[in-house]
Ligand binder design. Structure first.
Ligand code: AMP
Ligand code: ZN
Ligand code: FE
Ligand code: FE
Length: 289
């Protein structure tokens, strides 16, 4: 389809192999171009490592790039993912804080491997780190390493037998509070958005998150039905939240690549950018480097 025939749109929820996706930044951007997206955001879990390369690849093909991350957080016992958009990638406090989460993730890998070893599954942590080759490794990397070592037949088998909640190698993931995640994003000049609220079905936490500065809500997501999207659009209006959306594409690791399957109208990108500019100005005023 020609770009003129299609309204300008964006996919603001994407992963690369810097977290649990399979695409390199360059492959991701090539796919974004094929999908005729005007803007993309990279939202790898607990890291911004992939942002500089994605930015460069976007620049080369005139796609607008918004740096981002997806932080794992908790509100009143619910696991909540918080997207941070427009953060300053060189903010020392931000890098220091997410560095801690990355260390926690690396230790979690070692603990999962230890548990596997205890049940005579001879995986080595180094094999997982070599394969992951990123600072924020997770269970998908352990699953891939198990497949690579011939210890299981498939990723599914790895999760079913070992890695799923309450299976022998499952280790809970550290979560910061939602208010701390939001504050960290704000201090780094970014905008905080609640990811895929329809997946958690935990609407009751939204008012408290708004109270602590939540800027937006991801109304459009691969796993949201049309009625769910409508429901969250109403919530966005009620709480005066920004509206975002994205495919949550993980490359080829979850079946077909999803990039471009959720398309956010560009007007929402403009509002997001305006809020990011405000947050950036406030961060410089309140939290000088
Ligand atoms: P982690 O953040 O390390 O707990 O890993 C979570 C990631 O594991 C999710 O984003 C999925 O990509 C993947 N995952 C979780 N459950 C499964 C499963 N049953 N099969 C395949 N991948 C899974
Ligand atoms: Zn993921
Ligand atoms: Fe998520
Ligand atoms: Fe995601």
């Amino acid at each position: 389809m020609s770009s003129a025939a299609r309204e300008r749109s964006a996919d603001l929820h994407l992963h690369t192999y810097f977290s649990d996706g399979t695409y390199s930044p360059e492959e991701l951007v090539a796919q974004a171009q094929r999908q005729d997206l005007q803007a993309v955001a990279l939202t790898d879990h607990d890291t911004v490592e992939g942002c500089p390369r994605t930015a460069a690849a976007c620049l080369a093909v005139a796609i607008e790039f918004i740096p981002g991350t997806e932080l794992t957080a908790e509100q009143d016992g619910h696991e909540i993912h918080i997207l941070g958009y427009g953060i300053d990638l060189e903010n020392p406090k931000f890098l220091n804080e997410i560095g801690k989460f990355q260390t926690v993730r690396q230790n979690r890998i070692r603990e999962m491997v230890q548990r596997l070893n205890q049940i005579d599954v001879p995986l080595q942590a180094e094999a997982v780190f070599a394969l992951a080759n990123c600072r924020a490794p997770g269970r998908p990397h352990v699953a891939r390493a198990l497949v690579q070592a011939g210890l299981v037949g498939s990723l599914d088998e790895a999760f079913e037998r070992f890695l799923k909640k309450n299976r022998p190698a499952w280790v809970p993931k550290f979560k910061m509070s939602a208010s701390n995640a939001t504050a960290l994003i704000h201090q780094s000049g970014g905008v905080a958005v609640m990811a895929h609220p329809g997946l958690n079905r935990s609407d009751e936490v939204i008012p408290a998150m708004v109270e602590t500065g939540l800027d937006g809500i991801e109304c459009f997501h691969t796993k949201h039905s049309a009625s769910m999207a409508e429901h969250y659009l109403q919530i966005a209006e009620r709480f005066r939240l920004l509206v975002t959306g994205g495919s949550d594409c993980h490359g080829l690791s979850k079946g077909r690549p999803l990039i471009g399957s959720v398309r956010l109208a560009y007007e929402h990108v403009e509002r997001l950018k305006a809020r990011a500019a405000e947050r950036r100005a406030a961060a410089v005023r309140h939290f000088p480097a």
